[in-house]
Design a protein around this ligand. Structure first.
Ligand code: KIV
Length: 280
């Protein structure tokens, strides 16, 4: 990965049919390691509320905390594109969204901001992009709405729900979104949307027909407090097994960096997500 990754290079990867590797990242040490391992997009996700702070949901995460972690990551990321999550309610109006994006990009050094939700955010996305803030949309399971959804469940299973997600995705793309994260939707819906949309679609629990994949770093390393979601994979454990098999007990191939490289290779080849990580 030689050149700096931009929204244009992500679009070029989609057009060339090369899958995009994305992981969450919350600090400088991992920013350096993930970038070295070939991860193109570092998402400073508000999942940090759960995996770093031990909160039950992402709702308590504040804008100050997101700015702090974005700055830690972006200081060290020379080439990877850094996306910062806009925390709960920080984009409840277009004006608040502009103020929050100014902090995440200005103080936090992010190159893109991410927000959760569909058609009601069209004006906000248009406003942000008009002022020069690239936007990653997020549809499907919306973790910030967990209290309204009543739990972390697969979305888009029935036809009406799938149609709403598709309409939302098209509206957000038309409003100027540069990227879409689709979380916990059936893989057929995610594949169809990836083909229909011009912008890259990054899946999480959305099957391997997307233009790229994202996982929570702590799931990939087996560090998640409690149990990791079924669609994720512990690449550190998988690398340890391969290393033992391939090197007859030699641990040389077993490291966090090797695990991240394994994730990148599996995303690029389409080996991840496999059938057992795919939700129907
Ligand atoms: O906050 C986060 O880490 C995310 C990913 C799960 C996509 O939004």
């Amino acid at each position: 990965m030689a050149k700096t990754i931009t929204t244009a290079s992500l679009l070029a990867l989609k057009q060339q049919g090369e899958r995009i590797a994305c992981l969450t990242c919350y600090d400088a040490a991992f920013a350096q390691l993930l970038e070295r391992a070939g991860v193109e997009v570092l998402l400073v996700g508000d999942s940090l509320g759960m995996v770093i702070q031990g909160q039950r949901t992402t709702v308590p995460v504040t804008l100050d905390q997101m700015v702090y972690h974005s700055r830690c990551v972006s200081r060290m990321a020379a080439r990877s594109l850094v996306i910062a999550d806009m925390p709960f309610m920080s984009y409840a109006t277009p004006e608040r969204a502009v103020d929050a994006a100014a902090r995440l990009m200005g103080e936090g050094g992010a190159a893109m901001v991410k927000l959760e939700g569909g058609e009601p955010l069209v004006e906000t996305v248009a406003r942000l992009t008009a002022f020069g803030a690239p936007v990653c949309a997020h549809l499907g399971l919306l973790p910030q709405s967990v209290h309204q959804l009543g739990g972390y469940r697969v979305q888009g299973r029935d036809a009406a729900d799938a149609e709403r997600i598709e309409a939302d995705a098209l509206a957000l793309q038309d409003a100027g979104a540069s990227l879409l994260i689709l979380e916990c939707v059936p893989s057929a819906l995610a594949s169809a949307l990836s083909q229909r949309l011009r912008i890259p679609v990054i899946g999480i629990g959305a099957g391997n027909g997307c233009d790229g994949q994202v996982l929570v770093l702590h799931d990939v390393l087996g560090l998640t407090p409690g149990s990791a979601p079924r669609f994720s994979k512990n690449f550190l454990a998988a690398t340890a097994v391969e290393s033992r098999a391939g090197h007859d007990g030699d641990a040389a191939g077993f490291s966090i960096e090797a695990a991240i490289k394994g994730y990148v290779a599996a995303v690029k080849s389409g080996a991840f997500p496999a059938a057992e990580h795919t939700l129907a």
